[in-house]
Design a protein around this ligand. Structure first.
Ligand SMILES: Cc1cc2nc3c(=O)[nH]c(=O)nc-3n(C[C@H](O)[C@H](O)[C@H](O)COP(=O)(O)OP(=O)(O)OC[C@H]3O[C@@H](n4cnc5c(N)ncnc54)[C@H](O)[C@@H]3O)c2cc1C
Length: 498
């Protein structure tokens, strides 16, 4: 399709001066080349193939919530997804939502003070070495999530099979949640275009106002006009090794346990428009068992983690994001889970991983679990510093036999993480490595889900929600739904640009 520029080169360069990030080589080149290589299409096309008030890019958790809300507020909506079976990471997820003060929780006398809850989340974030970036956005979430997420989802047919004061788990996990959201969007009259990969935003070079998107299907370009706004809900960049290499050393070295569609497309498109990108260092994940890259399920047994130096380095009962990151920081970015036959007898091999056999014989023959008749032999087999290792286990056993207090890392005795001596041969070791399920950093979006540029200003008519946005570790799914709804509502309220 041949296209002629409608904006002057002068106004285009003014756009650049206003902070638009583009590759310099393209500026003096031909428009044809420029439009092919840039993630922004810098002018309206001669013909739009599809159009609606609101265009949502990505039909996962955030995208379907945004689409439902935009349609509910009177907008016509097209949702575009590159996959034939949209749903991204949401389908793989456990369906655990960080929610407080929903009706179902209140019925069970579970009331939580939002400020107190947020304080706890801030503590978790600081433990994983980052400062909570958006207190106002986060407070909007904690104060309204009960109604906006907890009470809203059941109106779409979602059921909960676990309720605690601070969480709700969707029955059927993430795939049931995504199905319910997508079904509700379709019932609202939302048009869904699958196997259409959005590759460019269409924007004015002078103001960076977003007018639509360019999709690719079977080698052809499809121009989709958004009369009111575009909402980016393309998920994380956890499956994009090149981006991880640049933006997140932990993510780059971690084992991917994530959907292959999580390639950061929305992040790159918005960045080319000058969007600010923050906190990309941070990822979510849980310690994975080396060799099989499967999640460990260390629950209900007494086990400790040691590094190559033979030292413990963390409270093994801490949040999985903390364990994951701390393992990354150890020499060789790995660690060993250590336990004994008493514990394995008590919990079977499934106490370490549900994927393991009960007596661990299969995993031992495959070298996934290392067994030794003495602690000395175990230290040699896994090549950790023997003297330090023996001292570490001795201290642990001493605390376990006496007051069950961990003076080094503050671990406490709970039914999930018991505090028993590791003393009965044979002994077992399982190597752990960090994994990545999703990235936590991303586009800077405000409490209204507007994408903010590097000058601190909203990019006109561009909204974003879900993992494409830098989030505050309160609840990935919860925030995707909450801020997806905010984006949909605000996008529907925009006045059309023509
Ligand atoms: C194993 C695992 C377990 C998890 N468990 C939990 C949990 O229990 N609780 C929790 O809160 N979080 C959990 N998460 C995280 C949670 O799944 C994500 O935070 C959530 O799914 C993000 O939703 P999203 O809509 O932003 O992205 P996604 O759900 O990933 O959806 C993104 C969609 O965008 C589409 N897309 C991408 N690029 C384009 C493009 N260029 N053009 C068109 N479409 C595009 C994709 O095909 C996909 O359908 C888990 C994640 C994993 C991997």
């Amino acid at each position: 399709m041949s296209q002629k520029p409608v904006f002057s080169r002068r106004s285009f360069l003014q756009g650049l001066a206003a902070g638009v990030v583009v590759g310099g080589a393209a500026v003096g080149g031909s428009w044809a080349v420029f439009q092919q290589v840039q993630p922004v299409y810098w002018r309206p096309p001669e013909r739009w193939d599809l159009e609606s008030d609101v265009v949502v890019v990505g039909f996962g958790v955030a995208g379907s919530a945004a689409a439902i809300e935009a349609a509910t507020n009177g907008a016509s909506v097209i949702v575009i997804d590159k996959s034939s079976t949209p749903g991204g990471n949401g389908v793989m997820s456990g369906g655990n939502l960080g929610v407080i003060n929903s009706s179902i929780q209140k019925e069970k006398n579970m009331q939580t003070d939002p400020a107190q809850w947020y304080k706890g989340v801030q503590g978790l974030m600081r433990a994983t070495h980052w400062e909570p970036p958006f207190p106002d956005r986060d407070m909007k979430y904690v104060e309204n999530v009960g109604v906006e997420v907890g009470d809203w989802l059941p109106t779409l047919g979602v059921e909960y099979d676990s309720v605690t004061p601070t969480s709700l788990r969707t029955k059927g996990g993430g795939s049931a949640l995504v199905s319910a959201l997508q079904k509700a969007a379709k019932e609202k009259g939302v048009r869904v275009e699958t196997e259409l990969k959005v590759v460019q935003l269409v924007a004015r070079p002078d103001t960076t106002m977003v007018m639509g998107v360019v999709g690719e299907r079977n080698g052809s370009r499809v121009f989709v006009k958004a009369r009111k706004a575009v909402i980016l809900t393309t998920g994380s960049f956890s499956a994009n090794k090149d981006l991880l290499k640049h933006l997140s050393p932990v993510g780059y070295h971690a084992v991917p346990i994530t959907s292959a569609v999580s390639t950061g497309d929305g992040l790159l498109m918005a960045q080319a428009l000058g969007a600010a990108i923050i906190n990309t260092y941070h990822i979510s994940g849980f310690p994975a068992i080396a060799k099989i890259n499967s999640r460990y399920r260390y629950r209900g047994i007494s086990a400790i983690f040691v590094n190559e130096k033979g030292y413990r380095f963390v409270n093994e009962g801490a949040h999985f994001d903390i364990l994951n990151e701390e393992i990354f920081y150890q020499p060789g970015s790995h660690a060993w889970l250590i336990t004994d036959s008493e514990q394995v007898k008590k919990s079977t091999g499934k106490g370490i991983s549900t994927a393991f056999s009960e007596d661990l014989s299969k995993e031992i023959s495959q070298g996934i679990v290392i067994r030794a008749d003495s602690l000395e032999a175990l230290a040699e087999a896994i090549k950790v510093n023997k003297a330090n290792f023996l001292k570490t286990v001795e201290s642990w056993n001493e605390w376990a036999r006496t007051d069950k207090k961990d003076p080094d890392f503050g671990r406490v005795d709970t039914p999930e993480f018991t505090f028993s001596p590791i003393q009965t041969p044979p002994f077992y070791a399982v190597e752990l490595v960090p994994s990545i399920s999703e990235t936590n950093g991303g586009l800077l979006a405000d409490a209204e889900s507007r994408v903010i540029n590097v000058n601190g200003k909203p990019i006109p008519r561009l909204y974003a929600a879900g993992d494409v946005v830098a989030e505050g570790l309160i609840s990935h799914l919860g925030e995707a739904i909450f801020f997806g709804r905010v984006a949909g509502r605000n996008a529907a309220r925009e006045q059309p640009w023509t």
